[in-house]
Design a protein around this ligand. Structure first.
Ligand code: BMA
Length: 318
């Protein structure tokens, strides 16, 4: 039987790894790929759609879709990429990476945010779609270097809100910004800073799309600590005020998910769990957390959403 738990207490018991992890690997892909990882996830027409980052053997990434009825097994992978970099017309020179998706409550459109690798460095691209067949490129909200962005699925006092992770003077905090039209952005503020000395001391970045719950917006984020043996990417939780997402109301001290199994410890970048998509099953209240493992394959862990919120609600006020 495959191992699904860590050999010692590297994390608490909130998230359980799926027994058939990894769910998607480069060898599953219908065309040559070096790595498939860091997928956006959304429920679409009753199925789970993953928009995976596929890295080719030049080291350039594009985004490709895989679909499953239960979100765990029998993934149907598109034979062609869904979104490829267009270096002529757009900001993407060396690829599209690490998408997140939300469905906008006002328009029903899907907002995809991904990292474009431009000449000036990584930056965020915003792409809208109604059907995942035709796409409207909305450009780049912020200059490089910026990553790990996602829109909130609804507006706050008439303003769109986006979480993102600029790199400023070598510091990598999670920020929030607002826009009246998805074009002009302002009211930039640090939302979740790195914590000196902690497990998330070197970099933090948004993980999955923000999840709206009665307890607030659940933020699942990654935190990085650089150790003598390399970087360790782990996962933490925070809650934001439902009506004012600038307000951080809880931030957990401990990480809740950490690399420990072979597919998380060995690959292109060992010691990485990097969540980028989540789906909540409304009937069972199960949260499925999709993550890239070691920058090589895609895995999933499940949790009871109520248990996650109960835990997050006991975390300290920042
Ligand atoms: C981040 C991003 C991710 C990657 C992670 C770990 O900076 O580039 O795409 O998974 O590093 O290497």
């Amino acid at each position: 039987m495959k191992a699904t738990t860590c050999t010692y207490k590297q994390q608490n018991d909130l998230f359980n790894r799926f027994e058939d992890n990894p769910i998607l690997s480069p060898t599953d892909w219908p065309y040559p790929a070096n790595a498939v990882f860091n997928p956006a996830a959304i429920c679409l027409n009753g199925q789970t759609l993953l928009l995976a980052r596929v890295e080719d053997r030049r080291g350039f990434s594009h985004l490709a879709a895989a679909r499953s009825e239960d979100g765990l097994t029998n993934w149907q992978i598109d034979p062609e990429p869904m979104l490829e970099p267009d270096p002529e017309a757009h900001e993407e020179r060396w690829g599209l990476e690490d998408a997140r998706i939300v469905r906008m409550a006002d328009s029903g459109e899907y907002a995809i945010t991904c990292v474009s690798f431009s000449v000036g460095g990584p930056l965020v691209s915003l792409i809208m779609t109604e059907d995942f067949k035709t796409f409207k490129r909305m450009g780049t909200p912020f200059p490089p270097e910026d990553k790990d962005a996602c829109l909130f699925p609804r507006l706050f006092n008439g303003l769109y809100a986006m979480i993102h992770r600029p790199m400023i003077r070598g510091q990598a905090h999670i920020w929030i910004s607002f826009s009246p039209d998805l074009h002009y952005w302002g009211e930039h503020e640090i939302l979740i800073p790195v914590r000196d000395g902690w497990w998330d001391c070197h970099r933090v970045g948004l993980g999955t799309q923000p999840i709206e719950t009665d307890a607030g917006w659940l933020i699942i984020y990654h935190g990085v600590r650089v150790t003598p043996a390399g970087q360790v990417y782990r996962v933490g939780l925070a809650l934001l005020d439902l009506e004012n997402p600038r307000k951080l109301i809880r931030r957990c001290d401990e990480w809740v998910f950490a690399p420990c199994l072979p597919y998380e410890l060995s690959g292109d970048v060992p010691g990485v769990v990097f969540p980028t998509g989540a789906v909540v099953d409304k009937k069972t209240n199960q949260l499925r957390l999709y993550y890239g493992a070691a920058d090589t394959c895609i895995a999933v862990a499940t949790a009871d959403l109520d248990a996650v919120l109960e835990y997050a609600s006991t975390c300290p006020l920042p």
